[in-house]
Write a protein that binds this ligand. Structure first.
Ligand SMILES: N[C@@H](CCC(=O)N[C@@H](CS)C(=O)NCC(=O)O)C(=O)O
Length: 210
């Protein structure tokens, strides 16, 4: 059985919890508090030298970091991970976009404004850039979704899961999605998928570490 090292309010961790739920894969969950430095202990760094969650133990002693790599691993061989060459490349395209344009802006705003006490004051200058680049990313997504129900392969895939994580919490920070009707409709389509769980969900049998 997999063990997932994850933090409840982390969008990157949520991607993996959402996919595991939708794929019906059982797993043990270890809640890690990054605000208390729990990913920076020698024990954790031995598992993931990057000191970050999510981290999936795929077999005893074998660890896989990076949310989008984990998505490809757990969804491999299922309809959530496109097999066809161009469909797969399209899914990858949007997952790279997520890491380059969405996570560093919407994700950073989410982390510093909603999770860290006083984070807004600490990052007043950065916030301007996150906002500008975040809206730029949202406009790209909006345009794509105006004529398509999902991001890649003409169906719901792990590309949607990756992009959903920080887009669905965008309005908790500085982003107003009122002017993005296609994104709002897509957020609803994702939330309507079988096996959907919200970011606050946790398995009943939580957790080894708590
Ligand atoms: N590119 C990585 C980013 C992971 C990441 O930034 N994780 C954050 C939580 S969302 C973390 O663990 N931060 C703790 C730290 O850097 O000390 C992914 O997609 O998994």
């Amino acid at each position: 059985m997999y063990t997932l090292y994850s933090m409840r309010r982390s969008g990157n961790s949520y991607k993996v919890r959402l996919a595991l739920s939708q794929l019906g894969i059982p797993y043990d969950l270890v809640e890690v508090d990054i605000l208390r430095g729990e990913t920076r202990t020698p024990e954790f760094l031995a598992k993931n030298p990057s000191g970050q969650v999510p981290l999936l133990e795929v077999a005893p002693g074998r660890y896989l970091p990076e949310s989008n790599a984990i998505l490809w691993y757990i969804a491999g061989g299922t309809p959530l991970a496109p097999d066809d060459r161009i469909d797969r490349a399209e899914a990858l395209q949007w997952m790279f976009f997520e890491q380059h344009s969405v996570e560093p802006n919407l994700g950073a705003a989410h982390f510093w404004l909603t999770l860290v006490k006083g984070g807004r004051d600490l990052h007043t200058h950065a916030l301007e850039g996150w906002t500008e680049r975040g809206y730029q990313a949202l406009r790209v997504m909006e345009q794509h979704l105006e004529s398509r129900p999902f991001f890649a392969a003409g169906r719901y895939t792990i590309a949607d899961i990756a992009l959903y994580a920080y887009t669905h919490t965008a309005n908790e920070t500085v982003f107003d999605l009122t002017g993005f009707p296609a994104i709002r409709a897509w957020l609803k389509r994702v939330a309507d998928q079988p096996g959907y769980v919200p970011i606050t969900w946790e398995p009943a049998a939580l957790a080894i570490a708590e």
